[in-house]
Design a protein around this ligand. Structure first.
Ligand SMILES: [Zn+2]
Length: 556
């Protein structure tokens, strides 16, 4: 394939309203020529600047943050993007954060002598999500609630008929589709949102439980116990007005061995109970024991901004398309500051530079009919916090969001024949992706490990769970010149040698043609959405469709 083969980009002359599928299939591209490998020649310099040592690994509330903000704002201003904060003429949406450091976590003590106690870190891991100096539970009854899922669209309710007030719920990780591998059960082997531990803790709070513990199991969790219980217990959260008093008092994990001990006390085992929980008519089971635990924490508060610029739509300014990426990374290693800068070149200077390159390009084009919002969020590495804050405080109503594209760790290894979709099959955004990827002679693949739930682990998810159809895709591994093995090898080396390490640094030998391809793709999708009347949705059966449908009247 000729590497300078030109491709067509749409300039915004479109499009009659019709269903997304029809518009995708019928339309002929028109207008300007863009070389797919030369979408924006400034891209590499943005990436290089953001990931330079001078930017100190872009930790929230650091000198690196100040430089990042200054750099992005100067470019947004130069391109004439409208500022989020018009009053103060800046692009900052301040995100209030709280840093929570547990100073003491007791063991988990039981009222039955057989069980004794579970030690912190080796047998259980616990924290309090509440911003409260001391949290103490006394003699809270333990109840096993299966997978801890309430999913009306799958006809599933693990809490049915149960009053959990004052109780501690214990539940399994992942969802029943993981075990059954039956495509009729949830989403089969691919994890749904209901399989994520974060969902399970939220649901336990909605049900009114006092505490919630998830049983760790490496297979269905997708990572080992050390990921759960190793490392610093320091946590970050949004500094909400309610101090998270709507969350359960204590959250945490139990090892599989600990779970086996609990189940043995009622004459069962982990394996047996996991099997029982797969039955759609499973009923919660009391573990006939009570536990006590105390957690003391201290707090401090900081602010860090999301950076938001936009191009206002000519005829439908409330309707908007979203591009997002997180600007933050891990900062500097406090123990070894000299050569411990976490530059985060791929993660995620690559995505930040991508949003900037798109903003620059759109700003040079005719004004779109709908608004285009460019959001660079903070504190992704602290738990997707900046995007969560944006989703709670959006610039425009989320019911009027047409759809969005998230960029996190773009492909620096050269042009690829494939585009990987994380969370493949979720939404009609994929129809647009297929259309433009086909124009590039590329094919779509699903992520290789859908059971670990990567779709729920980057920023787009906070908008997805509020109903906005979000696409998370990137160049895959099938290298145009060197084939699949080469791409897989480069990707594996990155994960092993550089991901979340100081070695994630800018490399002048990187081949940016792959990112240029992807930027053209993301541009073309957004450009079509911003100049049409279409409203993509989640596909039937997807867990976010009902939420999207609730805001349907806003889109009429
Ligand atoms: Zn990232």
């Amino acid at each position: 394939m000729n590497k300078y083969l030109p491709y067509l980009a749409l300039t915004g002359l479109l499009v009659a309203a019709c269903s997304p599928n029809e518009s995708v299939l019928d339309e002929q591209p028109s207008a300007i020529m863009v070389d797919q490998y030369q979408f924006n020649e400034n891209y590499a310099s943005y990436l290089e600047t953001l990931s330079s040592d001078e930017f100190e690994g872009r930790a929230p509330a650091s000198e690196g943050e100040r430089k990042t903000v200054e750099f992005v704002e100067s470019k947004f201003r130069e391109w004439g993007l409208q500022p989020y904060d018009a009053e103060n003429n800046n692009y900052q949406q301040q995100v209030p954060l709280v840093r929570i450091l547990p100073t003491q976590v007791s063991s988990m003590q039981f009222d039955s002598d057989d069980l004794g106690e579970f030690a912190y870190r080796s047998q259980m891991y616990a924290w309090s999500p509440r911003v409260q100096e001391s949290v103490s539970l006394e003699d809270s009854e333990l109840v096993f609630v299966g997978f801890g899922i309430v999913a009306p669209e799958y006809g599933w309710n693990d809490y049915e008929g149960l009053d959990v007030e004052g109780k501690t719920v214990v539940m399994l990780v992942n969802d029943p589709g993981y075990d059954t591998r039956d495509s009729e059960v949830f989403n089969g082997y691919a994890m749904t949102y209901y399989g994520r531990w974060t969902y399970k803790l939220e649901e336990a709070a909605r049900q009114g439980a006092a505490a919630a513990f998830i049983i760790h199991d490496t297979g269905p969790a997708g990572y080992g116990w050390s990921v759960v219980a190793g490392g610093s217990p320091m946590r970050f959260d949004l500094a909400r007005e309610n101090k998270n008093m709507d969350r359960v008092q204590v959250e945490g994990w139990l090892t599989k061995d600990s779970a086996d001990k609990l189940f043995a006390s009622i004459g069962s085992s982990y394996d047996e109970m996991r099997q029982a929980a797969l039955a759609p008519d499973f009923k919660p089971v009391s573990l006939n024991t009570h536990m006590s635990i105390t957690i003391n924490s201290k707090f401090d508060y900081l602010n860090s901004p999301n950076l938001i610029g936009y191009i206002e739509g000519k005829s439908k300014p409330e309707e908007h398309v979203i591009y997002m990426a997180h600007w933050d990374h891990l900062g500097v290693d406090p123990i070894n500051p000299d050569d411990g800068i976490f530059n985060g070149a791929q993660d995620n200077a690559s995505g930040t530079a991508g949003v900037m390159a798109l903003a620059e390009f759109f700003a040079s084009q005719p004004q779109p009919e709908r608004t285009i919002v460019f959001i660079l969020v903070t504190a992704e590495e602290r738990g997707l916090l900046g995007s969560d804050w944006y989703a709670e405080h959006p610039m425009l109503p989320l019911g009027k969001a047409v759809g969005g594209i998230n960029m996190d760790v773009l492909n620096v290894y050269g042009p690829m024949r494939d585009v990987v979709v994380v969370g493949y099959g979720n939404s009609e955004m994929e129809d647009y992706l297929v259309k433009y990827a086909t124009l590039q002679d590329r094919y779509i693949t699903a992520e290789p490990n859908p059971e670990v739930g990567s779709f729920y682990r980057s920023d787009h998810f906070n908008l997805a769970k509020r109903g906005v159809p979000m696409l998370y895709a990137k160049g895959g591994n099938d290298h145009v010149e060197f084939g699949l093995e080469y791409g897989e090898k480069m990707r594996a080396e990155y994960v092993r040698n550089a991901y979340h390490q100081p070695a994630d640094e800018f490399d002048p030998d990187w081949d940016f043609r792959g990112i240029q391809q992807d930027l053209w793709l993301f541009y073309s999708i957004g450009n079509e959405l911003a100049n049409s009347d279409v409203w993509p949705n989640w596909r039937a059966g997807n867990e976010f469709r009902a939420i999207r449908d609730q805001s349907a009247s806003e889109r009429q």
